[in-house]
Each structure stands twice: as C-alpha cells, then as structure tokens.
Write a protein that binds this ligand. Structure first.
Ligand code: FAD
Ligand code: NAP
Length: 480
C-alpha cells in the first residue's frame, strides 16, 4: 500500500484537493473529460493499472453517465446496471467527479494540458447528422436524438413537445435508435409508467394518436443496422402488428445459407415474421419496415405531409438510386441516421467530415497530421504528448456500451504504458483545474440529486423521476 499521500477528504465540498503530499512521489494527474461509459471505463482501468495516479472526471452536466442516463431507453433498466460499476469507480478516493464544467466553455484544452500530465477526451457525440434534403426544417421534422433526449429528460428538452396528434410517424434510418423510438411510441403507456421516463413524455404519449410507425432504410433486409434482440422486442409488442412489404424480400431467402451467424439469425427472424403476417390479429398499432428507399425531399407547406423517396437498388452492398420514385404520406418525421461529435476547442485535431477526433489507438494526432492510418502510429512526434481520446468521440457514434468499454480499456492501456515508458514524463507536480469561481457538482452532490429523483419516483410508483432543470439540480446538489 502506498503511504506517500495522506487522504484528507474534504467534508465541505467535493472539489477541495483531497491529498496532501507527504513525500517526493509525484502523483500522475489525469483529467478525463466526459462522464459517460468511455470516461468511467478508462478511469476504472487506469486506477487498476497505474500506481500513484489521481483522476479528475470533468462533466458538462451536473449529473453523470452520459447516454446511459440520456440515451438508453427507459424500458431497458437492466442495461443501466453498468451505473453500479461506474459508481464504484467514482467513489474510489483517487477519483474526483467535477460536474457542471464544460470543456470549451469553462476551460480550454490548453489549460487542461498545462494542469494535468495526461488528458483523455471522452465527451461523446451530442449532435445529430442531417440528410441535407429540401424541407428538412419543416414543422414536424425532428431528429431521433431530440426525441430520445425528451423522453429521457436531457436538460433543455423539457419543452420539446413533439406533435403526436397525427396517425403516422416515419423514422428515417434502421438502427437501434430508430427501433427504440418506434417501441416507445407503440408501447402501451401502462408499461412505461413504472420506468424512469419523464412525466411530460408519459403524459404526451398517453394522448398520442400515432397508430403507424414506418421504419425506412436505404438498403435491404440483409443490411439492417438494428439487432435481433431489439427487433424481437418490437415483434412481440402487445397490440402491435408488423407488416413487411413482401417485394423487399426478393432473393433474401436464397441468400440465407451464405450469411454469417448473427446476420443469418436476424434474417431468419424477419422471414418468419413475414410468413406469419397474414395471421396477425387486428391490433391498434402497426410497425412497418420499408426498404430500398432514400429520402430525397420532404413535402408540405408549413408542416410535413409526405416524404419523397428514390427507389434504390444494391450494388456491392451500396444503395444506388434508380429513376423510380415513391411518395409516402406521414404526419411526423424523425431522422435517425446517427449522432455526431462536435469540435469544442480549436486546439483539437478534429475531423469535421467524420465528426471525430483524429487519433490512432486513442493517441490524438497533432494538427499537422491529417491521416489516421497505422503508418503514423509508431512515430511519437506525430502525437500530442499526453492527449488521448476514446469512446464515441474517438471512434464515431456507433457501438454498444460493451464496444465502448473495449475501446476505452484499450486507450487506457496506451495511457498507462505511455506513463510507464516515460513518454509522458510525470516529474513535476501538476495542480489540476483551478476551480475558483466555478460552481461544480461533486459526487456527493450527484448522490443528493439521485436520492431526490428516487424519492419523487417512489411517490409516483416509478423507478425515479428525473430532474431536468439544471438550476434545480444545482440547488439540490448544494443541499438547498
Ligand atoms: P456518452 O455516453 O455520450 O458520454 C459523453 C459524456 O460527455 C456525457 O456525459 C456528456 O454530457 C459529456 N460531455 C459532452 N460535452 C462535454 C464537454 N464539452 N465537457 C465536458 N463533458 C462533456 N448501448 C447499449 O449497450 N445498450 C443500449 O440499450 C443502448 N442504447 C442506446 C440508446 C441511444 C439513444 C444511443 C444514442 C446509444 C445507445 N447505446 C446503447 C450506445 C451507448 O450509449 C454508447 O456506446 C455509449 O454511451 C458511448 O459512450 P461515450 O462515453 O463515448 O459517450
Ligand atoms: P446506426 O446503428 O449506425 O444506424 C444508422 C442508420 O441510419 C442505418 O440504418 C443507416 O443506414 C442509416 N443512415 C445513415 N445515413 C443515412 C443517410 N444519409 N440516408 C439514409 N439512411 C442513412 O446508428 P444508431 O441507430 O444511431 O445507433 C448508434 C449505436 O448505438 C449503434 O451501435 C447501436 O447499436 C447502438 N444502440 C444500441 C441500442 C441497444 O442495444 N438496444 C439502442 C440504441 C442504440 P446504412 O446502414 O445504409 O448506412
């Protein structure tokens, strides 16, 4: 056990420095920006593998967990169990959580690099990709990211209020986010009542007139991005029928034997569902996947009325538009074609086209390096010393929590090795962020918010009632 530092946990607040050095051992000070899965998994790995290290996890919001709190669907509470592991990491005395602090607003990257030996950026992807087609800004054209933020209580979305008065919702994109939105809209609200879905979303969904949800993809059934578990859940939704369009499945049965196992299983499930669709009982909701259609224009004067699509054919798995078009009526459109990271500091080598930080194995490339290939991987001079990135910010916005964990463990391993091999020289003390004048939320502050959310939830018979207003969060964190 290392007795080179004495722990003096501050009872007054969470951001007073908790260590007083009693020997000459220099603590390796690491700052992680973003308290989502990437940030927590990296911290967990570094704590285990790097001696004499202290970690500050800096988070834009007063509350931690990123998309585990604000992305994962409320009816999937088991997925949120990872929060228990993250909590253990946060409660390690070598870790300090600093909520309500934003890179790019409250401090710069240069400041961080001056005050820590190593900085790991894991601030995720909080914008959405656009289709860039005419009328994408018409009323009732939304993004799945906004819709999810609304039902999950991301601050700033409490008045989002999607118009659910029409009968048809069109989801553009066929990933698991689109499937989440379809399931939430087509679920019986009684099933959602017990979850941590926001009260305002529950109320709006209980008045929803949406009966039909179209899930439109530019490619075919053999290329869907959604996964089998998520599709199966939708197929099993009570009082909802799934109606496939048989023409979309031409040649699919013949292709099955050649498919790799996960793709084979999901394709077989779709074919089974297609073969059984005529036997489905009448139901109040309809889920209709539509394939080989690329949206080219949204029609409507003030509000969306229909979407125009190019009919595609496939060439080497790519969608190629034909001369044929199809127009499908709808009352509401939700784009679900992926999230996107943003560049929050001009010092950062950011690839605007891909929407991620330029890096190789998590090491951030100098701004003079534009390639991200392995050719530059071994040249130390190509990297910003002590600057790293992991999670969706580094990989792009795909992958489940497990994928993010593996990526972050890998990058954390690179960080540990760079310290051990003296690539990062921790030979003088670093002070950590200067928090004077900053209103931060400590881990104890977050726990107070969490307890209040659980208390409010218990009153309503649900898991928790999320607080969505930042000022209210701050007051609770401050014990007011
Ligand atoms: P994030 O989770 O986005 O975390 C980034 C953190 O950085 C956030 O807390 C953010 O507030 C913070 N931040 C942002 N900007 C700043 C800044 N400037 N300064 C400081 N902090 C900042 N995976 C599953 O395995 N199961 C699921 O059921 C599942 N459901 C999902 C549902 C949706 C709608 C989405 C979008 C994804 C889902 N995923 C799911 C995928 C999973 O959420 C991601 O793999 C994972 O969250 C990515 O982690 P991350 O840490 O890179 O990013
Ligand atoms: P995704 O899985 O990448 O799916 C994006 C979808 O949008 C694909 O169907 C894609 O089609 C389509 N698309 C992209 N650009 C398009 C364009 N210009 N025009 C038309 N269609 C376009 O992204 P996501 O749904 O946002 O999910 C992100 C990640 O989170 C995924 O890894 C997902 O598995 C994960 N997630 C998991 C869960 C869960 O486990 N329950 C829930 C939610 C999210 P193409 O394939 O043709 O590009």
């Amino acid at each position: 056990m290392h007795l080179s530092t004495t722990l003096i946990r501050s009872l007054r607040n969470g951001y007073t420095r908790r260590y007083v050095s009693t020997s000459t051992t220099v603590q390796k000070r690491i700052c992680i920006v973003g308290a989502g899965p990437a940030g927590f998994y990296a911290a967990q790995y570094i704590l285990k593998h790097l001696e004499n290290s202290e970690i500050d996890i800096v988070e834009k919001l007063p509350v931690p967990f990123g998309l585990v709190r604000f992305g994962v669907a409320p009816d999937h509470p088991e997925v949120k169990n990872v929060i228990n592991t993250f909590t253990k990491t946060a409660e390690n005395p070598r870790v300090r959580f600093l909520g309500n602090l934003s890179l790019g607003k409250d401090f710069t990257l240069a400041e961080l690099r001056e005050r820590y030996h190593a900085v790991l950026l894991t601030y995720g992807a909080d914008k959405d990709r656009t289709l860039n087609i005419p009328n994408e800004t018409l009323r009732n054209v939304l993004s799945a990211r906004e819709f999810v933020a609304w039902y999950n209580g991301l601050p700033g979305f409490e008045n989002f209020n999607p118009d659910l008065s029409g009968s048809t919702l069109t989801l553009l994109g066929q990933g698991n986010v689109a499937i989440d939105v379809a399931r939430i809209v087509l679920s019986n609200v009684d099933e959602l009542k017990k979850t941590d879905i926001t009260e305002f979303a529950l109320e709006a969904l209980s008045r929803s007139k949406i009966k039909k949800v179209l899930l439109v993809g530019r490619r075919g059934p053999l290329q869907v991005a959604y996964t089998i578990k998520e599709l199966r859940e939708l197929l099993k939704l009570p009082s909802c029928s799934t109606i496939w369009r048989p023409n979309d499945f031409r040649g699919v049965q013949e292709a099955v034997p050649k498919l790799a196992r996960p793709r084979k299983r999901i394709t077989e499930l779709m074919l089974k569902s297609l073969s059984e669709q005529s036997k489905q009982p009448n139901s109040s909701g309809i889920f209709q996947p539509v394939f080989f259609r690329s949206p080219t224009k949204i029609n409507g004067d003030d509000c969306v009325q229909s979407v125009e699509y190019a009919v595609n054919r496939l060439e080497d798995d790519r969608a190629i538009p034909t001369d044929e078009m199809e127009t499908i009526q709808t009352d509401l459109v939700c784009r679900s074609i992926g999230y996107m990271s943003t560049n929050v500091d001009q010092e950062l080598n950011f690839d605007n086209r891909k929407g991620c930080v330029r890096n190789v194995s998590g090491r951030v490339l100098k701004r003079t390096s534009t390639g991200c290939d392995e050719n530059v991987a071994d040249v130390e001079g190509n990297f910003e010393n002590g600057l790293y990135s992991s999670g969706w910010l580094a990989t792009g916005p795909t992958g489940v929590i497990l994928t993010t964990m593996n990526n972050s463990f890998g990058v954390a391993d690179v960080i540990c090795k760079d310290f051990q091999n003296n690539i990062i020289r921790a030979n003088e003390n670093r002070s950590g962020l200067d928090l004077r004048g900053k209103r931060t939320v400590s881990w104890a502050g977050w726990k107070a918010i969490d307890e209040e959310e659980i208390r409010r939830g218990t009153e309503k018979g649900k898991l928790k009632e999320k607080i969505v207003n930042v000022d209210e969060m701050l007051k609770i964190a401050d014990g007011k």
